[in-house]
Design a protein around this ligand. Structure first.
Ligand code: HAM
Length: 424
């Protein structure tokens, strides 16, 4: 019986050659912009002890409640494939005492896959890649503006279609700030409990803010009249948010205030932001981030404030107008040969050229001359090196410039140097 071929896991995609080059170009662009702001790359593990995310992302979040890939390993330890990078980065920051000496500002960025068992749809995957940045060690609103400018410059450099920066402040953990607001919101929602969607009906007491960005019509209607954080923020948070807005204006970065934007992770305090792009449908958020001034302390570290963001690579690439494919995989030379003896000679020349750093392509199977020349043309190579029976008899090869059509016979002796001179 013929066996069925095995496909990739649902919601998990291969990134094929042709696309990979554009991805790398975007990553390189990000690295360049990150380094302008003093960020250094960190490579974090793909899995962590489950508590890193349970504590970090928040027990009541959708991610922790139903989306984590958690397993018990052979030693009986509960491990989780990272659903995001911030909690890992915080774990590493604390573990390696990066706050020493005191007053140090630490700026880190990372690339890599994240895993969430969400319902797959356009722009929503179970394995997706993020580029993330985290800045630790200051409550200054300048840091908020710096991090947002970094994201703004990156989004511009990547050529994202119709980007919009959405901004909000979620207040802080002082009793008269977010806790008081949450209480007012729960009171408001309790009186409308029967009209909430099933999910919000279950979660509104523990996580009332999520009702504000629930996508169901029922909840959106209720959210319209709900108390907003603006009227409940403490003076310190209001000042901070005002300064962030002033600084963004000074940097000429346009933004839209959205008091209903709450973000799906529990660690945020004060400034939160998202960047949306055109033409992506329902999953139009290409990046999200914000301050998380209590997370380091709540994860067992010192009392160090922080701010960061992550860009979703799949959505970013989808929103990039006419993503250029990089040419760097085009060979410099295409070897064409007829017959076994000529193929041996071509093999030897190809080996020497590659040793000199020249990109060489050749067909392994014995195709006809015309067919091989067709492949040489399509490959985008600069030169074809042709060895037929005649050339072989003369211990020579023809070097053909594939753009101009000019060609010249050259003795095999010293041909590698002649070719490398033509490539330079
Ligand atoms: P997040 O909003 O959950 O934030 O994710 C950031 C970005 O990752 C989203 O805007 C989206 O582009 C992409 N993304 C998220 N889930 C998926 C998915 N299932 N499929 C495809 N793309 C997805 C965070 O992860 C925070 N750690 C960001 C942060 C860093 N906040 C502070 N520092």
């Amino acid at each position: 019986m013929a066996s069925m071929s095995i496909k990739a896991v649902k919601g998990v995609k291969d990134i094929l050659p042709g696309k990979v080059e554009s991805w790398r170009a975007v990553e390189n662009c990000a690295s360049e912009i990150f380094s302008r702001f003093g960020f250094k790359e960190i490579v974090l593990p793909i899995f962590e002890k489950s508590e890193v995310f349970i504590k970090g992302v928040g027990e009541q979040t959708d991610i922790v409640q139903k989306e984590m890939y958690t397993f018990t390993d052979q030693g009986g330890e509960s491990l989780t494939l990272r659903p995001e990078g911030t909690a890992s980065c915080v774990r590493s920051y604390i573990e390696h005492s990066m706050h020493h000496p005191s007053g140090t500002v630490t700026r880190l960025y990372y690339f890599g896959p994240m895993f969430r068992r969400e319902r797959p749809q356009a722009g929503r995957f179970r394995q997706f890649f993020q580029i993330g940045a985290e800045l630790f060690g200051t409550i200054s609103p300048d840091a908020d503006a710096d991090v947002i400018q970094l994201l703004h410059l990156f989004v511009q450099a990547a050529n994202v279609k119709g980007p919009e920066l959405l901004l909000n402040s979620l207040g802080c953990s002082n009793q008269d700030c977010r806790p008081a607001y949450k209480k007012a919101l729960v009171d408001f929602l309790t009186s409308r409990k029967a009209d909430l969607c099933d999910l919000c009906g279950e979660r509104y007491e523990k996580n009332p803010l999520r009702v504000l960005d629930c996508k169901t019509e029922k909840c959106q209607l209720i959210a319209k009249n709900a108390p907003m954080i603006d009227a409940h923020r403490c003076g310190g948070c209001d000042d901070h948010f005002g300064k962030v807005q002033e600084l963004l204006k000074e940097l000429d970065i346009p933004f839209t205030l959205n008091p209903r934007m709450v973000r799906g992770l529990d660690y945020y305090t004060r400034t939160v932001f998202e960047v949306t792009a055109e033409g992506l449908g329902a999953q139009n958020s290409i990046a999200g981030g914000g301050r998380y001034d209590d997370l380091v302390k709540n994860s067992g570290g010192p009392d160090i404030p922080a701010i960061g963001f992550a860009v979703g690579m799949e959505r970013l690439m989808e929103s990039v107008a006419g993503a250029e494919t990089d040419d760097s995989h085009k060979p410099d030379v295409y070897m064409v040969s007829m017959g076994e003896a000529a193929a041996r000679a071509a093999f030897a020349i190809a080996g020497k050229l590659r040793g000199k750093g020249i990109k060489v392509e050749r067909s392994y199977n014995q195709l006809g001359m015309k067919n091989q020349m067709g492949k040489a043309g399509k490959s985008g190579a600069h030169l074809a090196v042709i060895i037929g029976e005649d050339e072989l008899a003369k211990k020579a090869a023809v070097i053909k410039n594939l753009s101009t059509g000019d060609q010249k016979e050259h003795p095999m002796d010293g041909i590698e140097s002649a070719i490398s001179d033509l490539i330079k």
